[in-house]
Design a protein around this ligand. Structure first.
Ligand code: FES
Length: 176
């Protein structure tokens, strides 16, 4: 013959068991929901944390560059995400200073990234967005840019000119 619990103890145990199961199901649901969402979160956030690599890009034949002023070259930005589209296209200004010496600057203004253009007379880089101006050595002449234009490494290989490119060189500045 089984021994029965006193009638007053049963509702208490049932209540505790119900509370425990409710908490357990909420906890398991949260864990399962997190596990389902984790791959999606990783896919969206991975480009933010992945350090883009510097990459050498061919921008033309050595014979294409005459000694003198700056020439605009275009290449695919090494850091674009899969959906970047035309925004993956980046540019640089290259000058053949002598037969063997090249100087290259990123096209992006160091203020907010607008493309600067080279003006032969008065030999300045001009930014159309907020009036930033740079000297031909890339240093700031006027306007809001906080830093000189980013200088890129240049090398010659097998008669081709290559530049070392990285992510778009933006400086975070406060909009005041
Ligand atoms: S982006 Fe060039 S001056 Fe603002």
């Amino acid at each position: 013959m089984s021994k029965q619990q006193p009638p007053s103890a049963q509702p208490c145990c049932q209540q505790q068991r119900r509370t425990f199961l409710t908490r357990l199901s909420i906890g398991l649901s949260a864990v399962i929901g997190f596990m389902i969402a984790l791959p999606g979160i990783g896919f969206v956030l991975a480009p933010v944390f992945r350090k883009p690599k510097q990459k050498w890009r061919t921008v033309g034949k050595l014979a294409d560059f005459k000694v003198g002023g700056f020439v605009l070259v275009q290449y695919e930005d090494p850091s674009p995400v899969a959906w970047a589209g035309v925004t993956a296209t980046a540019g640089a200004w290259i000058r053949r200073a002598s037969e063997s010496e090249f100087i290259a600057f990123s096209i992006n203004c160091r203020h907010l990234g607008c493309p600067v253009r080279w003006v032969e007379d008065p030999r300045l880089f001009m930014c159309p967005c907020h009036g930033g101006v740079y000297y031909e050595d890339g240093t700031v002449a006027a306007g809001p840019p906080p830093e000189p234009l980013e200088r890129l490494n240049v090398r010659i290989r097998a008669g081709l000119v290559e530049i070392e490119t990285g992510p778009t060189p933006l400086t975070l500045t406060k909009l005041t």
